[in-house]
Design a protein around this ligand. Structure first.
Ligand code: ZN
Ligand code: ZN
Length: 251
């Protein structure tokens, strides 16, 4: 059985800065292999706390270079490669993130492979299979993902973006959808999803399970669990709010 482990669920800057929720990344586990998605601040610490064997992480995927998605990348690369003693690890990252650069040049030589994410492209790093969405509507180059699990399930990660017309189209085939919902109400100029966007989206697609995560302050104040319950009743869908350390079994 495959598993998704949400080490952290923090979204906006204040929640990350005050660690009101952990800002660590997400682990995808298939068989005995581990993929790390978006190692935000604290990922190294939470991997250790959750006793996830860091040496088993072979693949790292970074949706975009905002720090809440990438801050621990350098130390993770150093850790999994034992300071470069073992050349290993496959990093999937945007070209603009490498140019920032969010990964120190000396650490790049430690990795086996660095591959740039391109829109609507399928990648295979056995046992992991995933596809990028089109470039999302965010302040920097950013992608969402569809992960294809051996159980036959497709799990979508709708990462940081403003709502746009074709968003539903990008995730129309997913069985489980993980939505990064930062705000309760929309705010002009903020390129993040809010609850009205989610309602809009979920009138067009009906995944069997929906997980809300990546919360900003307005979401935390309103209580994500209550919001998820209300949305579930209103839309007649299975919607859950994520919490730090939550495990999602893929069956
Ligand atoms: Zn973010
Ligand atoms: Zn972002």
């Amino acid at each position: 059985m495959s598993e998704i482990i949400f080490l952290g669920t923090a979204g906006a800057r204040y929640v990350v800065a005050k660690q009101l929720r952990a800002s660590a990344g997400t682990i995808i586990k298939i068989e005995n292999s581990y993929l790390l998605l978006d190692p935000g601040p604290g990922t190294l610490v939470y991997l250790a706390k959750k006793k996830i064997p860091i040496e088993k992480i072979e693949t790292i995927v970074i949706s975009h270079h905002h720090l809440d998605h990438s801050a621990d990348l350098n130390i993770i690369v150093d850790a999994i490669t034992e300071g470069g003693f073992k050349k290993k690890g496959n990093l999937y990252i945007t070209e603009s993130a490498i140019n920032e650069p969010i990964l120190l040049p000396y650490l790049r030589t430690y990795l086996k492979k660095i591959k740039f994410l391109k829109p609507l492209t399928f990648y295979e790093e056995p046992p992991f299979k995933f596809k990028t969405t089109s470039q999302l509507c965010h302040t920097v180059e950013n992608y969402g993902f569809l992960f294809f699990f051996p159980e036959g399930k497709i799990v979508g990660f709708l990462t940081d973006t403003a709502y746009f017309e074709n968003l539903a189209e990008e995730f129309k085939n997913v069985d489980i959808l993980i939505i990064y919902v930062v705000r309760i109400t929309p705010k002009n100029g903020v390129l993040h999803l809010s609850i009205p966007d989610i309602k809009n989206l979920l009138t067009k697609i009906k995944p069997e399970e929906i997980i809300l995560t990546h919360f900003g302050m307005t979401m935390l104040k309103a209580n994500p669990f209550k919001i998820a319950q209300k949305l579930s009743e209103e839309l007649n869908l299975n919607i859950k709010a994520c919490y730090d350390g939550m495990k999602l079994e893929i069956k």
